[in-house]
Design a protein around this ligand. Structure first.
Ligand code: KG4
Ligand code: ZN
Length: 349
């Protein structure tokens, strides 16, 4: 089964063609980073305008790269939410129009569900996976620019949120700290780069809520602590060394909390697999620390993380999630399809 995926929930315009939910035949991502860089964050109106300009060329490129034609496509999967409403609308209206004109069924995909299925994607035909099938129950740590959640997945489409951030998302905290340090946007990759040259012993940052009894997180406190350090007399000069030292401490504190709570939840919920998902899953320290801690403390638990190229927003993950719905004929008629900024994981569209 071939699914065309469309993703426009934030600032990437993306289209992909994926075979049987796994093999990526094409995945075109047109990033708007350069447009939003100077504002230090995504400007919704600019994002929506860029999506309008890019969506048709991106879809065309994705057909060309996959060497497929419309008649090969079985269904269109599109992100309907959550995300920026003005951005979501472009993908949804495009999908509706194409579904009508090309007479294809539509699957409405939740963006977070898409991130979960990113671990399932095969970037090349020869790519070897540790698994041939999902091993449920799976504990998913979803960490992105808008969300930080621990989700228990008992089967395809069965989600229960057991913990989440009470304030900022993990990616949002990376972005805000980087903005304050004036080191670039998006914050995650730049902080990771700077952290390589830093000394983790210089700044002592807190691990908010690490000992709370629940599985919730708080990243606003960590961000504020980092900001206080930046504003302190010592950091006024903002030397390269100080920036690197702050980045390494901030990254370590964020990773410590995420990994600690994930391991705790995995033990309590007795899951078979632990999965990392979302843009922050691209962080190498997070990937390595979670993998090593799992190996040590829960050696029989399978560790799943997407290929780095599928961590941040892309349409291949939407096509993969769409495949599992399409297999069950879980379609939404194009007349009823609507973008929903506040869609929740497990909601029906
Ligand atoms: O999933 P995503 O592409 O968009 C949302 O759905 O929000 O995630 C974007 C977020 C940004 O906050 C970005 O700073 C963060 O993911 N991110 C990272 C890394 N790469 C992207 N955070 C930490 N380390 C990274 N290497
Ligand atoms: Zn995302």
């Amino acid at each position: 089964m071939l699914i065309l995926g469309i993703e426009t929930s934030c600032d990437e315009t993306s289209a992909a063609i994926v075979k049987n939910g796994r093999l990526v035949l094409s995945n075109i991502v047109s990033s708007q980073v350069n447009l939003h860089k100077k504002y230090g964050g995504v400007v919704p109106e600019i994002a929506a305008r860029a999506h309008i300009e890019n969506i048709i060329p991106v879809i065309r490129d994705c057909f060309d790269q996959a060497k497929k034609k419309w008649q090969d496509i079985d269904a269109i999967a599109v992100t309907y939410g959550p995300g920026l409403i003005t951005s979501l609308l472009i993908g949804v209206e495009t999908a509706k129009t194409l579904a009508y004109v090309k007479d294809k069924p539509v699957v409405a995909v939740n963006h977070l569900e898409g991130h979960i299925y990113a671990s399932w994607l095969k970037p090349t035909r020869n790519f070897q996976f540790p698994i041939s099938n999902f091993q449920f129950p799976i504990l998913c740590l979803i960490v992105s620019g808008g969300h930080t959640m621990l989700v228990l997945m008992k089967n395809h489409g069965e989600y229960r949120t057991i913990g989440q951030t009470r304030d900022d998302a993990a990616g949002e905290a990376f972005d805000k700290v980087a903005k304050l340090l004036k080191i670039g946007y998006p914050g995650g990759p730049v902080i990771e780069k700077w952290a390589k040259k830093g000394n983790a012993e210089i700044f002592d940052l807190p691990r908010p809520m690490i000992n709370s009894k629940d599985f919730d997180f708080s990243f606003s406190g960590l961000k504020t602590a980092a900001i206080k350090q930046v504003k302190s007399a010592r950091l006024k000069m903002q030397s390269k060394k100080e920036i690197a030292d702050l980045c390494v401490s901030f990254q370590q504190a964020a990773v410590d909390v995420l990994v600690f709570k994930t391991i705790k939840a995995a033990k309590e919920c007795k899951v078979k697999s632990v999965m990392l998902a979302g843009g922050v899953a691209a962080n190498k320290l997070l990937r390595r620390t979670l993998r090593d801690r799992l190996k040590k403390e829960l050696p029989n638990t399978l560790y799943l993380a997407p290929d780095i190229s599928f961590c941040t927003d892309n349409a291949a993950m939407i096509a993969s999630a769409g495949y599992f719905h399409a297999k069950n004929k879980d379609f939404t008629s194009w007349q009823k399809l609507e973008a929903r900024a506040d869609a929740e994981l497990g909601d029906s569209p």
